[in-house]
Design a protein around this ligand. Structure first.
Ligand SMILES: Nc1ncnc2c1ncn2[C@@H]1O[C@H](COP(=O)(O)OP(=O)(O)O)[C@@H](O)[C@H]1O
Ligand SMILES: [Mg+2]
Length: 363
């Protein structure tokens, strides 16, 4: 169902209540779609459908399109530390700002695909047979690998007109094994999926599992920046050290130069140890962001509603924090693009171009 949002809420989502007058002017000049009357309880109000928010965000928002298509991987070797949450929030923020965004689900758990709202109506399906048939029909990366489908056939729209996902399917496990048996086994995703996607999308976000498997190494090879959560828990310290070591070794060995952005997650404001860990990360981890994601039920609720934290809790402190974090990640990626533009890394628009032509008409 299409939901409508009033002017105040739209301004909050794009980071500043004072945007209200700018949005009103853009509406008057016809530069954004007109607001419509909608029913809210017993009252009629005016507002915009969620589907047109990308057209407004592109004009007034803070998360501007990058100069060239960008691929991000979200990964660390621990589960439950907000990888999929970060993927969801980055994806919706980018899409709300008018970027053509595609999430690539690489974790068999399928959390990001669910969080984006893919097949969220399955629970209401009439009977089990129907549901099973629909699930069987979902094609994914392993079907692309085996040549049964083309790339455009596995990309599904979710939640916003410019937001898409390549959903995880159970066969990802087999794909991981198959990748072990081909030449250039770390490059399949980059060459056959991410580079072709860059012809049509502004942003590609890969949500990884917590394991160093072939899908993960493929995602690292394919990305311009790694977004990696740092859980603010004592037992994550050791995990992080080992992870940092492996990451450096892999980068060096493969000659990769992606940016690493570390994001502290799940800290509790009122627990001293948690704050100490947060401060330690910020003082000692190269590439750690100045703001993290606090422990919050609002973030969990947002995920269950297939929304970003800012959309769900736009007036709460956590929304301000998330916006600052999104801006910081954006700036880090932008600076990295500038630095690498001179090194011949520009515009990796190669192999497979044309294979996803059909998708164009779907925006
Ligand atoms: N800020 C938060 N505080 C506490 N729990 C959160 C927060 N944000 C998300 N969650 C919940 O934590 C769980 C794990 O998050 P998830 O992003 O799936 O982790 P990962 O992808 O690293 O395994 C999910 O159920 C999610 O809804
Ligand atoms: Mg996950």
């Amino acid at each position: 169902m299409d939901t409508y949002l009033p002017l105040k809420k739209v301004a909050e989502i794009f980071g500043d209540p004072s945007l209200r007058s700018q949005i009103t002017k853009l509406e008057e000049s016809g530069d954004i779609p007109p607001s419509r009357k909608y029913r809210s309880g017993a009252l009629f109000r005016k507002g915009w459908s969620r589907n047109v928010l990308p057209q407004i965000g592109e004009k007034v928002g803070y998360f501007k399109k990058f100069d060239r298509p960008v691929a991000l991987s979200v990964f660390t070797t621990k589960g439950g530390v907000l990888k999929s949450t970060l993927a969801l929030n980055l994806a919706r923020t980018a899409a709300l700002h008018g970027m053509r965004t595609c999430v690539v689900g690489l974790d068999i758990q399928g959390d990001v695909t669910t969080a984006l709202g893919h097949d969220c109506d399955l629970d209401n399906g009439s009977d089990l047979e129907d549901i099973i048939e629909r699930l069987d029909q979902t094609k994914g990366l392993s079907d692309l690998f085996s040549g049964q489908v083309s790339l455009d056939e596995i990309i599904v729209q979710v939640g916003l007109p410019n937001l898409f996902v390549i959903p995880e399917t159970p066969e990802l496990v087999a794909l991981n094994d198959s990748l072990n048996n081909i030449n250039r086994r770390e490059f399949w995703l980059k060459e056959k999926v991410v580079n072709p996607l860059k012809d049509y999308f502004d942003l590609i976000i890969m949500d990884c599992s917590p394991n160093w498997n072939k899908l993960t190494t493929n995602a690292l090879v394919a990305c311009d920046a790694l977004i990696s959560p740092l859980e603010c828990k004592i037992n994550n310290f050791r995990n992080f050290k080992v992870f940092g070591h492996f990451l450096k070794e892999f980068k060096d060995e493969m000659g990769l130069d992606f940016e690493s952005v570390f994001v502290p997650t799940k800290y509790s404001q009122n627990r001293k140890l948690s704050n100490d860990i947060l401060n330690w990360y910020q003082g000692n981890v190269d590439g750690c962001t100045s703001i993290g994601i606090r422990q919050s039920v609002l973030a969990e609720e947002a995920m269950a509603l297939n929304l970003s934290i800012v959309e769900h809790a736009s007036t709460k402190p956590i929304a301000g924090e998330l916006m600052t974090l999104m801006r910081e990640i954006h700036d880090r990626v932008e600076n990295h693009l500038e630095e690498t533009a001179d090194n011949g890394h520009q515009g990796a628009r190669v192999n497979g171009a044309g294979r996803i032509q059909n998708i164009e008409g779907r925006f």
